[in-house]
Design a protein around this ligand. Sequence first.
Ligand code: NAD
Length: 516
Amino acid sequence: MQVTTRKSPSAVSSGLGNDLSGISPSNAAFLGKPRRLLIDGVWIDAISGRTFEVRDPSSDRVIASVALGEAADIDRAVAAARRAFEDSDWSRMKPGDRERVLHRIADLVERHAGELAELEAIDNGKSIVMARHVDLKHAIEVWRYMAGWPTKLEGQTLPVSGTLVPGQEYAAFSLREPVGVIGAIIAWNFPFLLATWKVAPALAAGCTVVLKPAEETPLTALRLGEIVLEAGLPKGVLNVVTGMGSTAGAALAEHPGVDKITFTGSTEVGRLVVRAASGNLKKVTVELGGKSPAIVLDDADLDKAIPGVTSGIFFNQGQVCCAGSRLYVAKRHFDRVVEGVAERAKAMKLGPGLDSSAEIGPLVSSVQRERVMSYIDQGLAAGASAVAGGRQVESPGYYVEPTIFTDVSEDMAIMREEIFGPVVVVKPFEDLGEIARLANESIYGLAASIWTRDVKKLFTLAPKIRAGTVWVNCHNVLDAAMPFGGYKQSGWGRELGREAVYSCLESKSLCINYAM
Ligand code: NAD
């Protein structure tokens, strides 16, 4: 097996920036104007009048200017969301009418999916093909799935015995009511998708929302603001405040006027959000980091497993919370799997999001590139071998080669910590008992994949894996109906499915004495 080590940034270079001259006229117009905050159904400047720049990760060029919302803007947005919750008809609207508004949003997202994918490619760096056929396709499904919920949010008839006060007769019911004002804070890796995961179930439940997108990727959240207005969502039901995490995000997390905070991001910031939320004991959902194992058992179909685990880590440049970043391979297949994954990684075409033939795009920011490179350096210094990649690309864009490490041990940072980039560590294992222990040796528990054709091994191993999702012979598969979230320090609560909607609802018991 050929071993390469990192010496200097690779010479692969220029020509990796997006050509923005051919983007759609609507996106050109959208980027051409400073973008403002959506509060109470109106686009307004931040109170301070300040803005921040948004960069194209493929070229480091500034592509947009966006309002810098801060605590005072969050105050205004929360007040608007509160008014909309208390005074507008949204939370009391007939379920069928609320469904119709959500379907109109889904229709508009579908109509504008191509433009949204293009915007995502420029803003985040991801492939336009993946943005259209993964992010937007799934987002449309989620809007439609959540649109179906308002007419199905049923309570129960409760069989109470009513024995405490003799002679009385009671009937009791449980009702489902919206939690109220929801603050939603999201990461940058799937900007439109994560906004959808938060906003669609909240609206289905009859809540109102203040959305704070990541500062790296605010653009499609702002387009979502335009879309919901066009769909006829009453003013103030969705407010979008762009800004920094330490100011706007922190203000939202601790705001006493917010009833629930739903956060997607790092475990480190998730902890801050939980602490901030404790002031008024608002409800909390946190979807956090991961270091997910992909496990190739000795009976796996390697023709499926090798491409499967390769895309399991390198999809979206490895900037996926559930990426299969720890690859464990049964000892007898170790060399073949490492060679197969390395061959594919080396052949991947690097290029900007708008190049539909590119397979690896830039990372989201220069900060993220530095973070990933520092992990690669630490891995090499600790004695791991880079059998592919290991270098950043000399270019104004934030490219890092897909990197595969072997000769890794459990105490290395690259083995334990979430890198959130195109870096995988590969380790052999001997038997099922050992692999269950290795897979669980992490503070995270977001997901795992098992590659096997043996049903007995599958049902022996899957229950032992402490993770919110276990995929078998696939990785990174999401569905609107399938709850997604983490065990351990990967979070509290679940996105998607019934659980996402119910997390936006309170349960009220209605107890009626009818023997008066
Ligand atoms: P991050 O935690 O740095 O930022 C996430 C969001 O929090 C951003 O909007 C940011 O502005 C905001 N923020 C930052 N400081 C804050 C504070 N003090 N108070 C409130 N908000 C604050 O994460 P990131 O770098 O944007 O995203 C990468 C992380 O997200 C990874 O750890 C990844 O695993 C995780 N992630 C998890 C899921 C999931 O569903 N479990 C999905 C996507 C990403």
